[in-house]
Design a protein around this ligand. Sequence first.
Ligand SMILES: NC(=O)C1=CN([C@@H]2O[C@H](COP(=O)(O)OP(=O)(O)OC[C@H]3O[C@@H](n4cnc5c(N)ncnc54)[C@H](OP(=O)(O)O)[C@@H]3O)[C@@H](O)[C@H]2O)C=CC1
Ligand SMILES: O=C1O[C@H](COP(=O)(O)O)[C@@H](O)[C@H](O)[C@H]1O
Length: 439
Amino acid sequence: MSGGSSESSPLSGQNSFSSLSSFKDLELSSESGCLSIVVLGASGDLAKKKTFPALFHLFQQGFLQAGEVHIFGYARSNLSDDGLRERIRGYLKGASDEHLSQFLQLIKYVSGSYDSGEGFELLNNTISEYETSKNNESGSYRRLFYLALPPSVYPSVCKMIRSYCMNPSSHTGWTRVIVEKPFGKDLDSSEKLSAELGKLFEEDQLYRIDHYLGKELVQNLLVLRFANRLFLPLWNRDNIANVQIVFKEDFGTEGRGGYFDQYGIIRDIIQNHLLQVFCLVAMEKPVSLKPEHIRDEKVKVLQSVEPIKHEEVVIGQYDGYKDDPTVPDESNTPTYASVVLRVHNERWEGVPFILKAGKALNSRKAEIRVQFKDAPGDIFRCKKQGRNEFVIRLQPSEAMSRTLDWKWQLNKVSWTYPTGCATKMLKSQKHMSVLSWTR
Ligand SMILES: NC(=O)C1=CN([C@@H]2O[C@H](COP(=O)(O)OP(=O)(O)OC[C@H]3O[C@@H](n4cnc5c(N)ncnc54)[C@H](OP(=O)(O)O)[C@@H]3O)[C@@H](O)[C@H]2O)C=CC1
Ligand SMILES: O=C1O[C@H](COP(=O)(O)O)[C@@H](O)[C@H](O)[C@H]1O
C-alpha cells in the first residue's frame, strides 16, 4: 500500500505487524465530525466480497461510530438502498442480527454514471444532506472515496469527485481517494494514470491499495525472514532450489467480465499481488520498517530481475470463460499464466522464482512454496518423494483457518494459522525460532 506518507493512517501501515485491535491502544490523534465513506462500484464483486465486509469489521470493532459515519454506494446499476443491502448482507459474517441491521442502516445507494456531472451532483447532495443532518457545526467533514471499479474509469471518476464532491471548504476535514490495482495496463498507461490523478489530488490524498499486503502471512514474511535465526542462513541460492508463488481459484469470472476481460490474469494477480509477495520473499533486509525503506528494497530486487524469456511464460484461458455473458465472445484474455523470474544478484543467481496464477482451476489457494536443495547423503531417500519443501499458505481455507497447523513431515513443512492469531504469535514470539511453535 502506498500513499499518504505525510499523514500516516493507522490502517495504511504496511510496516506494522500489529493487529487492528491493538491500534486502539495507540495514541492516535482522534478526529471528530462526519465521516462519509463512498464505495464507487458498489454493485460489483470487490464491493460485496471485500470492501463492505471490511467496513463491517471496522464497525464491529468500534472504529466506525454510528453517530459519525455514513456509507454511500455508487454505481450505474439501478438499485434501491435495500437492494444494495440485500446484495451484501450474505457477505457480512459473524454478527448478531441487531448489529448487522445497525450497520446496514448506515448504507445508502446513489445511482449514476462514471462520467457525467448529474450523478456526482446527486451524490454530493446526498452526502451534504447527511452532513447537515448531523448538525456538525464544529467538527470536520471527512470524505473517503473508494474506487471499487475497473481502472479504466479512474480518471473520469476522479475528475467528477474533484469537480462535484470535495469536502466543503467552509469546514475543516479532508477528501481522500483509495484506488485499487491494477494501476494501468502497462508502463505508459500507468504513468498517464498517475499524472492524471496527480493533477487532481495531492499525493497524500491518494491511497493505492494492494490487499495482499494486508494479509497477515504476507505482513509477517518480514518477521519470518529477518527476525528468525532458523531461516536467516538458509534463505539463499546455496540452500534453495526454487521458489513457487502460486495463486489458484476454483471459480471463474462469474459476471466480472466487465473488469476482468480488459485486464486478464497477469494484470489482475501477477503484476501486483504476486510481485509484491515475490519482493518480500526475495528482497534484502530493509534499513528499518519504514515504508520508504521497504519500498527501496523492493525496487532493488525488481531491478535485479532479468528480462522474462518467452519460452518461460505459459498463458491459457479456461474452457467456458466466454460463456460468461459479461465476457465478449471473441475474447483471448488469459485466465491462467505462469512466468519464471530470474534474479541476477548474489543471493539468488540460479534460483528460479515461478509465479503462477489462474482462475477456474481445481482448487483455491495462495501459497509460497520454497523448495530446498536435497539434503546431502540423504538416508531417507527424499528424492523419490520430492524435495524438502517449506510451504506458507497465504489463503488458508475455512477449515484450515480454524486450527493452528504446523507440521513437520519428512520432506515438507507446512505452516498455516488462523487469522487473528498470527499477529499475536509473531509479536510475542518474534525472537523465537519458528520450530518452537510446533504443538
Ligand atoms: N473482486 C475482487 O475480489 C477484487 C477486485 N479488486 C479490484 O477491484 C476493481 C473492481 O473489480 P471487481 O469489483 O471485481 O469488478 P466488477 O466487474 O465487479 O466491477 C465493479 C463494478 O464496476 C462497474 N463496471 C464493470 N465493468 C465496467 C466497465 N467496463 N466500465 C464501467 N464500469 C464498469 C459495474 O458497476 P455498474 O455497472 O453498476 O456501474 C461493476 O459492478 C478492480 O480494479 C480489481 O482489480 C481488488 C481486489 C479484489
Ligand atoms: O485482486 C483480486 O483478488 C481476488 C482474490 O483475492 P483473495 O484475497 O480472495 O485471494 C481475485 O478473485 C480477483 O480476481 C482479483 O481482482
